[in-house]
Design a protein. Structure first.
Length: 233
């Protein structure tokens, strides 16, 4: 079926052909497929060196699942009495605001799911079902958010549950302070290397001082915030 989707067996033959050093045209001829079909298949699944038949097959299933239209059923009623449509609109605006301030789109969507969850926690399968994306997309988003101190994780039986709490922004702020310290330290080393009398050295020295003072001010602000909330009723 020249115009149909590649089967798993055909993908295995594509992988074998690439491993043997065959050209796209040769692989296409052996499979009796158009050359463009093979080139697109390989390009969207890791390229000639990274192509794996099993991964390509799974990725195709995920793409087909995302393209499949879902029945237009109304959102389930919220136990807290909130209007689901109004809540969904807010979540959309919340995620858009995050992307406008520098948070990648998928990371913003995951963060919004955590923010708007009454428990402040959610599992990877729940995120996959809610956002209609692949587990790999969720894993990448969680890794990015964890690196910045925005989410944590805990064991929930066999699963891992991702969570956000009231100290999230304090920890994220502390992560930013550490970044400021790295900038200050390395640019100071650069200033010493180039010499403060050179334009490059002076620029690096000014940058180091900026990040040093910024980090100091951020640390004081974070501690003030933590102490204020800890004494609040």
């Amino acid at each position: 079926m020249p115009g149909g989707r590649l089967t798993h067996e055909e993908r295995q033959r594509v992988a074998a052909g690439l491993a043997a050093g065959h050209s796209y045209a040769e692989i296409a001829r052996r499979l009796e497929r158009p050359g463009s079909t093979i080139s697109r298949e390989v390009a969207r699944n890791g390229g000639a060196r990274g192509y794996r038949a099993n991964q390509a097959q799974q990725a195709t299933k995920w793409r087909a699942r995302r393209r499949k239209p879902h029945p237009a059923t109304p959102p389930a009623a919220d136990p807290g009495g909130r209007d689901p449509l109004v809540q969904r609109s807010f979540e959309h605006r919340f995620a858009e605001m995050m992307t406008q301030t520098g948070v990648p789109a998928m990371m913003a969507k995951v963060l919004v799911c955590l923010f708007t969850s009454d428990t402040g926690s959610i599992t990877a399968p729940e995120l996959v079902a809610r956002l209609q994306v692949s587990p790999a997309s969720i894993s990448k988003a969680i890794g990015w958010l964890e690196q910045r101190g925005l989410v944590g994780r805990e064991r929930d039986g066999r699963r891992q549950r991702y969570l956000i709490n009231d100290d999230t922004w304090y920890h994220a702020w502390q992560t930013s302070v550490q970044s400021m310290a790295m900038w200050a330290d390395l640019t100071r080393q650069g200033a010493d290397l180039f010499g403060s009398t050179t334009p490059a050295g002076a620029r690096l020295r000014a940058t180091s001082r900026f990040f040093h003072h910024l980090g100091h001010d951020m640390t004081q602000a974070a501690e003030h915030w933590r102490q204020t909330l800890s004494t609040s009723p």
